[in-house]
Design a protein around this ligand. Structure first.
Ligand SMILES: [Zn+2]
Length: 306
């Protein structure tokens, strides 16, 4: 079956056309901020569409109401209350499946990636924020609709202001922006440090700080370890709730791998409840890279047709 999957973020989208489990075409589209999310999805679908496509899957960052495929809201996407499923099935004349992008990425990792062969898994995306998905008995657990938004579990009532409007959410301490904030503080206090020279005057990103750490900069490594440890502390909390067989870490920052996942794994071993008498779950880096969200959306679209 030929299907299309798209993953819509705040500044870019990624689309794939798949033939069963194989990606046959992939396309990245930079999104103009003035473009509505619906037009952005259309443009992204068009970039890989052909006459053989039977269904479209959409993954989008934010709250998606599964019942009618409506995108309610997301801090990084322009627009709210968008009836994506209705609008897109009208535009393209085929079934459309809409889901949160962490859910679609989790489905991709479960069927084709790092969670293959497991029935109870957590997918945790680490990037601009922290999101995720819960797999129980081989299926997505959605709760009422929005399960897995654990980046917004409050860990410090008086902590930093989060994008969501609350204070001290887990993602304010453990995410790309948290790492960037720590690096900026060091650079502004000590502009002659090696990390300041490595990061240069351009916009600092979490990935750039990790690259500086991997290049041997001691301060950068300390910052990355700090954020990795805060990430691992939260993973220990999730294990206390779900006790999954495996945790898959994806997202832009999570995908850089061991530099950040290594410290998290060490904290998890120390901090997990009953740590002395149990083996904590395996923590593994996602395998499908940035295309996971689009691939999972396509797999879900195929499920709509079958
Ligand atoms: Zn929050």
């Amino acid at each position: 079956m030929i299907v299309v999957g798209v993953d819509i973020g705040g500044t870019k989208s990624l689309a794939v056309r798949m033939n069963d489990a194989e990606v046959v075409e992939e396309s990245r589209v930079e999104l103009d901020r003035s473009l509505s999310a619906l037009d952005a999805i259309s443009r992204s679908v068009d970039s890989v569409l052909n006459d053989e496509v039977e269904a479209v899957g959409v993954g989008i960052a934010g709250l998606v109401r599964q019942g009618d495929g409506t995108f309610l809201w997301g801090p990084h996407v322009l627009g709210s209350n968008l009836q994506i499923r209705t609008e897109m099935s009208d535009r393209f004349g085929m079934p459309v499946h809409v889901d949160n992008d962490a859910n679609t990425a989790a489905i991709a990792e479960l069927r084709l990636g790092a969670a293959r062969g497991h029935s109870d898994a957590l997918f945790v995306s680490l990037g601009t924020g922290i999101g995720g998905a819960v797999i129980i008995n081989g299926s997505l657990y959605r709760g009422g609709s929005f399960a897995g938004e654990w980046g917004h579990v409050q860990v410090d009532r008086d902590g930093l202001l989060c994008d969501c409007g609350k204070r001290g959410c887990w993602e304010t301490l453990a995410s790309g922006p948290a790492l960037v904030r720590l690096a900026r503080e060091v650079v502004s206090v000590n502009p002659d440090s090696s990390i300041a020279r490595l990061l240069g005057s351009s916009r600092i990103t979490g990935e750039a700080v990790v690259a500086a750490a991997d290049a041997g900069d001691e301060i950068a490594r300390a910052l990355v370890t700090d954020v990795g440890r805060a990430f691992g502390q939260g993973l220990a909390n999730l294990v206390a709730i779900f006790d999954p067989e495996i945790i898959i870490v994806g997202g832009g920052l999570g995908s850089v791998g061991e530099s950040i996942v290594g410290p998290a794994r060490r904290v998890l071993i120390d901090a997990v409840y009953g740590g002395k008498v149990r083996v904590p779950p395996t923590v593994r880096v996602a395998e499908l890279g940035p295309a996971a969200g689009a691939i999972g959306a396509a797999l879900q679209a195929a499920g709509e047709v079958r």
